[in-house]
Design a protein. Structure first.
Length: 297
């Protein structure tokens, strides 16, 4: 069936197959590249915020806590400002007051926290237990929540200083203000070097990923338009440079075969089509000479 098609149709089928292959290849490549770029963007946002929170923790631990530690025994209520986890969480909540960061979340999720707002949910508890079971220092990935898709980064939190056990060792050794504020049921029994929680930061990824998908469609669409235009121009070129001259020579060859020796194959170029026209003209001249020789006998 393919052999019965005209040359123009065959060429267009070939171009269509090439175009389809190019679009599949370009689409797949763009999908990988743009998806990778989108993930890099949200990862950079998350890393910047988590390092900022670590700076707040260090500031609280090295400058705020030493100034207020002595008051923990004399105050009626506990001073949470001495706790790095509290300070970082409060700073982040101020950040979330901005519309730009309203859907960003930060939590120092703990299995057995003093403040129950830091209690790990099932997803966070799974992360903490995975940190306990192996030596990895970071987990990251995407997860779906009712508000859309988010990207999270989690790092283990462990008891690295003996001073932490003052508030989290046993209730008998804890400051009176801590017991007065939070009671004796939660946040005790921690051990030195034990992983007790995870520092989790979540940034919205839905918009970034959607922008990446739109960009991919836009780029693919523009490339498709360019390729279709190239196919149209190529078809015009083939029509005037190859198809039309061949059709004309085919028509003249038919007339020549029927005895019309006045036909002239027009040679407009020196390419393969021009060489074919010159050959047909020589063939016509030879045929004319042969016919004249036959008539003279």
């Amino acid at each position: 069936m393919f052999n019965n098609l005209k040359l123009g149709v065959k060429l267009n089928l070939l171009l269509a197959a090439i175009l389809l292959l190019l679009m599949i290849t370009i689409g797949a490549t763009l999908s990988i590249v743009i998806q990778g770029y989108a993930e890099e963007v949200v990862t950079e946002k998350a890393l910047l915020l988590i390092e900022t929170m670590n700076s707040v923790r260090n500031y609280t631990s090295t400058q705020v806590n030493p100034e207020l530690a002595s008051r923990l025994e004399t105050e009626e209520l506990f001073l949470p400002q001495t706790v790095p986890a509290y300070s970082s969480r409060e700073v982040f909540e101020y950040l979330r007051n901005s519309d730009r960061y309203r859907n960003f979340f930060y939590k120092e999720a703990t299995l057995n926290p003093t403040n129950l707002r830091d209690k790990a949910d099932s997803f966070e508890a799974e992360i903490i237990n995975s940190f306990r079971n192996d030596s990895q220092q970071q987990q990251q990935g995407f997860r779906n929540i009712p508000g859309g898709e988010i990207f999270y980064i989690a790092r283990p939190l462990s008891v690295t200083k003996e001073s932490c056990l003052r508030c989290h060792g046993s209730p008998e050794e804890a400051p009176a203000s801590l017991l007065a504020t939070y009671g004796t049921d939660n946040g005790f029994g921690w051990k030195l070097n034990e992983i007790v929680g995870a520092q989790v930061i979540s940034v919205p990824a839905s918009q970034v990923l959607e922008d990446a998908r739109r960009l991919r469609l836009l780029v693919v669409g523009k490339i498709l338009i360019f390729l279709v235009l190239a196919v149209v121009l190529l078809n015009v070129f083939l029509k005037f440079v190859i198809t039309n001259p061949i059709n004309e020579m085919s028509h003249l060859s038919k007339k020549l075969s029927m005895g019309d020796l006045d036909v002239e194959f027009e040679q407009k170029s020196n390419d393969e089509i021009g060489i074919l026209a010159a050959s047909l003209n020589r063939l016509k001249a030879s045929l004319k000479i042969a016919m004249e020789m036959l008539d003279s006998k």
